[in-house]
Design a protein around this ligand. Structure first.
Ligand code: GRF
Length: 218
């Protein structure tokens, strides 16, 4: 079966991109990355893509007069690469209505909290300040409102005594690298549908389709 073609949009480090690159190395994985697109010319993730022989593009938002023009350039690059699913992986620009509509149900994001808690930036600081016992991450479809949209997969981690932002972020990141390739695989296998703005996953092997710390084998 043809592999689902992915465009991965990044702004920086690209560790989630790296997790997707590793997943795609497996010939049995049902997706492939056809484009890594960065808005920051010096994004470290571009080097990761080049090392894996994946085509890269820089679309620098500073070169556009307004957001619609920037986003039109993103769409042009994504379409030219033939991508059918757009994966935001640490892409630090807010996306407007036009782009979100163009890629509706074909645009996903990873966020380092258990949404709908802690939308926006500085999630780990806020989780620590709130004293939550459990933190985590979420892969979700993108809608017009930031960090909202149907949730595909989440993973939880404990908040431990003595945690600081760095320790908690690192613990969450380990799970990000599990759930992002998993969510992409579920979509690529055609097992994800959205019903009344909730994600339904077909044929989940775990009891009741449990998606709490699922590991890669759901
Ligand atoms: C991750 O924590 C992701 O959840 C958030 O931005 C960070 C990107 O990290 N959206 P990386 O660039 O994938 O390493």
């Amino acid at each position: 079966m043809a592999r689902l073609k992915l465009a991965v949009l990044i702004s920086g480090r690209g560790s989630n991109l790296q997790a997707l690159i590793e997943a795609c190395r497996d010939p049995a994985y049902p997706a492939e990355i056809v484009l890594v697109l960065a808005n920051e010319p010096d994004a470290l993730g571009l080097e990761r893509a080049k090392a894996a022989n994946i085509p890269t593009r820089v679309v620098d938002h500073r070169n556009f007069s307004d957001r619609p023009a920037f986003e039109a350039a993103l769409t042009t690059a994504i379409e030219a690469a033939g991508a059918r699913l757009v994966c935001l992986a640490g892409f630090m620009r807010l996306l407007g209505e036009g782009f979100v509509r163009r890629w509706r149900d074909r645009l996903i994001n990873i966020h380092p909290s258990l949404l709908p808690a802690f939308r926006g930036l500085h999630t780990h600081e806020r989780a620590l300040a709130a004293g939550v016992r459990v933190a985590g991450c979420t892969v979700h479809f993108v809608r017009e409102n930031t960090d909202q949209g149907p949730i595909i997969v989440q993973a939880a981690v404990p908040v431990l005594p003595g945690d600081d932002v760095g320790r908690l972020a690192a613990r969450v990141l380990v799970q990000e690298h599990v759930v992002y390739p998993l969510a992409v695989r579920l979509i690529a296998e055609g097992r994800v549908t959205i019903v009344a703005e909730r994600v339904v996953i077909a044929d989940a092997r775990t009891p009741a389709g449990a998606l709490v710390n699922p590991g890669p084998e759901l």
